[in-house]
Design a protein around this ligand. Sequence first.
Ligand code: NAD
Ligand code: MG
Length: 390
Amino acid sequence: MPRKISILGATGSVGQNTIDLIDRDRKSYEIIALTGGANVQLLARDARRLGAQIAVTADQDLLDELRAALSGSGVAAAAGEAALLEAAERPADWTMSAIVGAAGLAPGLAALRHGGTLALANKESLVAAGPLLMAEARRHGATVLPVDSEHSAVFQALVGEDIGALERVIITASGGAFRDWPIAALEHATLAEASCHPNWAMGQRITIDSASMFNKSLELIETKEYFGIKPEQIEVLVHPESLVHALVGFNDGALMAHVGPPDMRHAIGYALHWPLRNPLPVARLDLAQIGSLSFSAPDETRWPALRLAREVMATGGLAGAAFNAAKERALDGFIAGEIGFAAMARVVEAALTELSSDPGLSSAQIDLENVRQMDHLARIRAQEAIRKHS
Ligand code: NAD
Ligand code: MG
């Protein structure tokens, strides 16, 4: 019986890498839903080629274009948020959650309702609503598997281990595009410069977040939420080669490292075949040729996002939702040219400071409605801060 697969965010970097793996073994899979955003031609091409049941674009205005591109294919076309949720709810054995941003939360929750496995690339849903997501998974008997490379690495290092013997988790960071820049120069880093990652080919938003370390700050929170460990047990290590993805330290002093090429098809493939390992089309490392690996402690003056993540974890509650939303708005501001690169962290910090007087920030219940309200409020506060900083 082919496995039923849905891919949320199929037209993005993670979505396309997922399709690449599925394409190599087409007869093992039946495609239920593919979803995307503006790139409806790519969405329609893949939906047609893979024989999906339904293709959904998040953009209502693009429904006619999607319909036209799918005409005669037998693939249903739909658009908008409700259609996205309906597609995510269609029973599937394995769903890839690869929408970028908080927009991935509700579709991910919808996919958990039919049980099955949610392969989670959308780290923002854990940052904004980790306890909600994990509780929904338990309630419906669904399995959540990490797809972020560091978290997949930790997950793999923990196979067969007692979580009680875990002492610490170390996630690595390449340091992004500006690791060696003078700190003062970060003020004037351009969008083009921030959009080039030294090691990984990824979507533009996560690439810029890698340069600012907001990506790693989201991943700190993601580690806490997914593995249920204390913030002080999680460390960040700068590792420019991006070959060691994470290390897990145990109570006997042993460190288990996960080493591999910077290719998302490894983490995606691991989640696709779990609990088995199947051959994957990733490069095999020649460590003799690589010769040496380097590590250093992250500089929080260069990357204030890391300090902010620690503060957010200490606050708890809806602080993650506020942090993620403020970061998304600040990033929109940088991409639109409203603020400079280094101002993003100042905007996020200002928004969090404004919100810190709201008692609901740390104490409100983490449900979808409250998360949405906090997300909305944080974007407004970030917008106000952008006005002040621009
Ligand atoms: P991307 O920008 O390349 O693709 C995003 C996908 O989401 C596209 O299909 C897009 O159409 C869709 N989308 C965008 N906005 C949407 C909205 N409002 N509603 C519905 N769909 C929307 O992003 P990506 O780099 O593939 O990243 C996807 C997720 O995976 C992110 O959460 C990212 O942090 C995470 N991730 C990515 C990588 C990577 O290698 N790219 C690695 C680790 C984690
Ligand atoms: Mg990562």
